[in-house]
Design a protein around this ligand. Sequence first.
Ligand code: 2IT
Length: 446
Amino acid sequence: MNVDKILADLEAKHPGEKEYLQAVREVLLTVQDEYNKHPEFEKAKIIERMVEPDRILTFRVTWVDDKGEVQNNIGYRVQFNNAIGPYKGGIRFHASVNLSILKFLGFEQTFKNALTTLPMGGAKGGSDFSPRGKSDAEIMRFCQAFMIELWRNIGPDMDVPAGDIGVGGREVGYLYGMYKKLTRECTGTLTGKGFEFGGSRIRPEATGFGACYYVQSMLKDLGTDFKGKTVAVSGFGNVAWGAVLKATELGAKVVTISGPDGYIYDPDGINTPEKIETMLELRASGNDVCAPYAEKYPNAQFFAGKKPWEQKVDIAMPCATQNEVSKADAEMLRDNKVLLVAEVSNMGCTAEAIDLFIENKMVYAPGKAVNAGGVATSGLEMTQNAQHIYWTAEEVDKNLHQIMKDIYDQCVKYGKEEDGYMNYMKGANIAGFMKVANAMMGQGVI
Ligand code: 2IT
């Protein structure tokens, strides 16, 4: 595989799609040695086929705001790869959404879903619609307008969307409601639904819980556990919430959360039901700020415009968004002797930050492994829907636990380097890649 040539060709075809090119580069650089052991992959042009989405749908979403003004947004669904199973992946509503971001997410999702051990392909969708400051009625009308365009292209064995940034249980409910209205079928197409209409127990918590289960395995290999450790978490959304809950339950003290406005440092720990409730209220307010936390809890400090990585902690868990850990942040984590960095956000660390972790032999695990518990539990929701049954929270959690352990073991299998350094990124990329490549090989040139 000639990585430089493939990347140069891609860049010429898709100029300026920097997140997408970044995600592809990372995977190609880590899988090339393994790929080159398989001349049959080269002959079948597996890598050239894998880096391009199967198809991209774009559509106009027109809706009316509360003032009666007509608004236009762009909607997308990137169906990346269905070699292993139906397209599967979240929908993101955020002002920053563009094709580069959704292509990077769809590409990552393909390998992540392969790691889950469940039969799911990769996809991602979304819109440049910003939920910030929107009323509930506006959110509903937007979701309905989005689904009126999307519904023909999704289905329980075709493509199953879910939530992502800006799309939580409420939005999934509105999207699914319109999907059902149009299809007149209750096939469960969309995961993260309400418990009353097909949603799985533990799905809201699953990304954060799964990330903590993965970190538990990392800590075990370091001869320790969560007890008494301090944790820096970024973000204050659904993923951060699950991570804070589980890390606290396992005996750690989470001391930070963050938002686009800055971060909160709470030396007492974000560990009481009231503080967790405050996190949920911040999110429900729709204002995208975390500063009000410090007004409520006098020991907590708010640092405007900064990120939590400057705090000295044992464990760093970025839970916000892509490229939230820069090289300078990585240097601070190194200088503060962080025990491990578990990326929970998708591509949360820049390429330069990852290079620094690996050059310094730091313990770093990538998002596509650490955060896979979210989509894995979506897969478990699909199973329950297909069987027309509900599992208890205990059953779902047990499955999630086992899946995270399997993902961890795959990363270790492919990631252990000759000098004993555990390169979890390499392990995750190779394990995911090999599964997708073999699935494509088995189905001919299509
Ligand atoms: O990035 C992700 O894995 C998600 N947003 C969840 C996708 C899903 O289908 O549950």
